[in-house]
Write a protein that binds this ligand. Structure first.
Ligand SMILES: CC(C)(COP(=O)(O)OP(=O)(O)OC[C@H]1O[C@@H](n2cnc3c(N)ncnc32)[C@H](O)[C@@H]1OP(=O)(O)O)[C@@H](O)C(=O)NCCC(=O)NCCS
Length: 407
């Protein structure tokens, strides 16, 4: 009988040459971290996530300042160019950026071919990939061309989401207005009517808050693809596929399901107590990096309240606030404080604006595309193939038996 054992204790690992700590060691051996937790995989000047202080900086600027005073378009510039623009150069940039919002006709046609059951994130993945065929800079790998591709992608991705949503509802897509912002056009092409200025402002703010978050899973996926010197569209398609997973981009939709399930302000606290007693993980809470409140949640809480008052629909904000308070009080009593993350208040904000729940994760992509492309550009500035190793845990000395001698 062949020895199919993984490795005997002390035997050298065929990957790293170090002795195996024990025969049972199939998970963490000290040479790697499951899920690469806290592993620093490279350097970047795009974004700092300070989990201890609860700070998030884009290119050195605090997102609280950017959310209050900047625009998504200016933040995209900041992420791509590494600095804030001067007035004149921003006016020129913004005009060009806004002019890219319309989809190529062919992508509009592709959107009509998807089956009804196709989810918005699946459609986004395929449609974004298709955009690469119609980009005039396709195949041009110069830095300037890559910047133009980043601008076109970022301007167009929202147009894909809303056009497909209208088709799903049996409605004709609406052409975006080239001179308007991404947030304006998202709401306009979704509903077919001029959006309220406060909705545009708050959606723009949400796009700022979601624009980048260091080497999260989708950004890492984009960088891995870019590091093979594949193209920008392929890199972004990898990122969208990664964001789609419920452990990454899907939490904001799950938050809204919870709020709808609670349904009434008076039921919020009891719901939380019951869920926590049953050890249920409540979506929109907790974070791998932040040990205090996610600064994006702090900003969004304020605007969720403002939006609730403005629309006369404070219920979703009020339920959210009570869940938030109860969660902190309950977990504090247990000796751990669990705070809301960015997904928590974004759910009630989007819902109050009348955005369908299934578009919450795609909106994440509408914003994060700016960060993905900034990271792809950074990867190409000083590229090295990203190719880690795996500690081999399979059998070692299996004798090959030809197929005609097997049962
Ligand atoms: C974000 C998340 C995946 C981080 O996971 P993590 O770093 O592995 O943290 P853990 O799951 O080990 O949580 C640590 C402790 O806090 C508790 N906890 C964390 N998030 C919680 C939540 N959302 N609801 C209730 N308890 C939670 C865990 O039960 C655990 O308690 P224990 O030590 O008594 O077992 C996790 O907090 C989560 O699943 N949150 C809900 C989904 C979500 O909002 N995702 C979007 C993130 S931006």
């Amino acid at each position: 009988m062949a020895d199919t054992s993984v490795r005997t204790p002390g035997e050298k690992c065929p990957t790293c040459g170090q002795p195996s700590p024990s025969k049972e060691s199939k998970t963490e051996t000290g040479r790697f971290k499951a899920g690469l937790e806290d592993v620093v995989a490279g350097t970047s000047s795009v974004c700092l996530v300070d989990g201890i202080e609860g700070r998030l900086l884009y290119r050195g600027y605090n997102i609280v300042d950017l959310a209050e005073q900047s625009t998504f378009s200016e933040v995209a510039y900041l992420l791509w160019y590494g600095r804030l623009p001067g007035k004149k150069e921003f006016a020129q940039f913004d005009k060009t950026f806004r002019s890219y919002v319309e989809l190529p006709e062919e992508t509009g046609m592709i959107l009509r071919l998807f089956p009804r059951a196709a989810t918005p994130m699946e459609v986004l993945r395929t449609a974004v990939s298709s955009l690469g065929h119609y980009d005039p800079d396709s195949g041009n790998t110069a830095h300037d061309a890559s910047l133009r591709k980043a601008m076109r992608l970022t301007a167009r991705i929202g147009s894909i989401v809303t056009a497909h949503e209208r088709l799903r509802q049996g409605l004709e897509p609406i052409k975006p207005v080239p001179g308007e912002s991404i947030a304006y056009n998202f709401l306009y092409t979704l509903k077919g009517e001029k959006p309220e200025p406060l909705f545009v402002k708050i959606l723009d703010l949400c796009l700022i808050l979601h624009a980048d978050h260091e080497w999260n899973a989708s950004t890492f996926a984009a960088r891995v693809t870019a590091a093979t010197m594949s193209d920008m569209y392929s890199s972004v398609t990898s990122a969208i596929g990664t964001l789609k997973g419920p452990l990454h981009g899907g939490a904001n939709e799950a938050v809204m399901k919870v709020l709808l399930e609670i349904g009434e302000v008076g039921k919020a606290k009891e719901w939380v107590k019951d869920a926590l007693a049953r050890k249920v993980k409540i979506p929109g809470f907790g974070h791998r990096v932040y040990k205090t409140e996610d600064p994006r949640a702090t900003v969004l809480r304020k605007y969720a309240e403002q939006l609730g008052k403005h629309t006369g629909q404070s219920k979703w904000y009020e339920i959210s606030r009570l869940v938030d308070q109860e969660m902190l009080e309950y977990t504090q009593r247990e000796g751990k404080k669990i705070y809301p993350n960015v997904d928590f208040y974004s759910a009630s904000v989007y819902y109050t604006m009348g955005i369908p729940t299934q578009l919450f994760t795609p909106i994440f992509a509408v914003s994060r595309i700016s960060g993905w492309t900034a990271h792809i550009l950074e990867q190409w500035e000083n590229n090295r193939l990203i190719r880690p190793r795996a500690e081999y845990t399979g059998p070692l000395r299996l004798p090959y038996v030809p197929i005609d001698q097997r049962g």
